[in-house]
Design a protein around this ligand. Structure first.
Ligand code: SAJ
Length: 439
């Protein structure tokens, strides 16, 4: 009989992971508290977008290797892939981890393995998960084996990364880690590194913190570049020619449920020591305001009484449909607070909760004074610039992502402003001045 795996949490990580195991011939039960998601998955309908997922889901449901349910069952191993949101006070809310763990306790049997994949503050396995699992009355580490193996995949390239990335497996003891490695061997081609659970927890949040701190540095440098008359995008390209330098890219802020959140999990454990980490979070969280101020400056320079802004992008990064913690949401709030009229166009997101969303690019720019690029979707690079221009009232672009072809837009008659571009701003400022003067 094929081995059976129960994956609790069928979101961006749990579902692709479950499908991946099923694809390897393992019988997988996916569990989610959301009944609608469960019903849809059993009908091979998806609630998330990820290249390769539709085909894979269809195949494993058809083969009878994957089904979804709202409660767990007995299995050989359990993977917990539930959200770990952050509270208002920036501490981790581990309630989903606790309730997922409680939900499997009645089904646990000697020899079972429980793997926590959710990103958590260091010590969560030891201090939060194990106390719940002890309620099974199984001897932890002898009858019940427990590991933390953080997911490290990037949305949009998830399946390739699930297979090819190295994986960290931290066990509460050696046997737990070895058992987890045996499971992941089913599809992981990267190296699987063994460590203890707490180290694995820190490694995961360290990786995202490294990225956050580096993005904060890029955002700070972008603002400095504007001040000293340098194009930050050119400067980064040149700096990165150095073999040991990898400056990250500035932008409207850091979104997603990982990089914008995980550094706080370190701050929570050592608030007095995590100074640089906290400051970096604050710099990145301040970027939507920096962007909104740019819009305000342009509106005021042009003397527009009723500005209309075409916002391009809701997702937190390019070519995905995820808007969790997206900086775009904060920029939009600021535009609203300033009383500006705007439309939002994102080819990947159709969400009725988002106000003023339009579903066609021509609608987004009709009567608009400026385009504000907030997400680096490839779609925006392929638009017909001349047609866009025809529909607009004034012709300005504020590109916070260095996404569009500046020369093409300029030649078409647009004034093109980029976040961090202090070199070309002077030219633009002259144009702004002229436009303002001629009305
Ligand atoms: N961003 C910048 N500048 C950059 C890079 C990114 O502003 O130079 C912004 C993006 O636009 C986005 C945010 O940062 O808003 C995060 O995007 P990302 O592509 O850096 O990362 P995520 O959140 O999609 O995925 C990260 C990845 N972690 C690392 O690269 C260390 C991924 O491997 C993890 O699996 C994922 O977090 C996670 O789940 O923790």
């Amino acid at each position: 009989m094929a081995k059976k795996l129960c994956v609790v949490g069928l979101g961006y990580i749990g579902l692709p992971t479950a499908v991946m195991f099923a694809d390897c011939g393992i019988r997988v039960l996916g569990v989610d508290v959301n009944e609608e998601v469960v019903n849809r998955l059993n009908k091979k309908q998806l609630h998330i977008e990820e290249p390769g997922l539709p085909e894979r889901l269809q195949a494993v449901v058809d083969k009878g290797l994957f089904r979804a349910a709202t409660s767990p069952e007995e299995a050989d191993a359990y993977i917990l892939a539930v959200p770990t949101p952050i509270r208002e006070d920036k501490t981790a809310n581990l309630e989903y981890v606790r309730s997922a763990a409680r939900s499997i306790v009645p089904f646990l049997r000697p020899g079972n393995l429980v793997i926590l994949e959710s990103t958590v503050p260091p010590r969560t396995v030891e201090d939060v998960l194990l106390p719940v699992l002890k309620e099974s009355n199984l001897a932890i580490g002898e009858e019940l084996f427990v590991a933390h193996s953080p997911e490290r995949v990037i949305p949009g390239r998830l399946f390739a990364e699930l297979v090819n990335n190295d994986r960290i497996v931290g066990g509460i003891n050696r046997r737990s880690a070895e058992m987890a490695v045996e499971w992941y061997r089913a599809f992981v081609k990267g190296t699987i590194h063994i460590t203890d659970a707490t180290t694995a927890e820190l490694v995961k949040v360290m990786e995202n913190t490294y990225r956050d701190v580096n993005i904060a540095l890029a955002n700070e440098l972008a603002q400095i570049a504007e001040k000293v008359g340098v194009d930050i995008w050119e400067a980064i390209q040149l700096a990165n020619c150095h073999p040991r330098v990898n400056v990250h890219f500035p932008g409207p802020g850091v979104g997603g449920h990982c990089i914008a959140v995980d550094p706080w999990f370190i701050v929570e454990q050592a608030p007095e020591l995590a100074k640089l980490i906290r400051l970096s979070r604050q710099i990145n969280d301040g970027m939507p305001t920096v962007v909104a101020n740019k819009v305000k400056f342009l509106v005021q320079s042009l003397g527009l009484d009723h500005p209309k802004i075409a916002v391009w992008g809701l997702a937190f990064k390019g070519d995905i449909d995820d808007m969790r913690e997206s900086p775009a949401l904060y920029v939009i709030k600021a535009l609203e607070a300033n009383g500006y009229d705007y439309t939002v166009f994102d080819p990947h997101i159709h969400d009725s909760r988002v106000p003023k969303q339009v579903h066609r690019i021509d609608e987004s720019v009709r009567g608009a004074d400026m385009i504000l690029v907030l997400t680096d979707h490839s779609y925006y690079k392929q638009v017909d610039v001349a047609k866009i221009k025809e529909r607009m009232n004034h012709h300005y672009v504020i590109d916070t992502r260095h996404l569009l072809n500046r020369e093409e837009w300029r030649q078409a008659g647009f004034t093109y402003l980029q976040l961090g571009d202090g070199k070309n701003v002077s030219t633009d400022a002259t144009v702004l001045h002229e436009v303002a003067a001629t009305g």
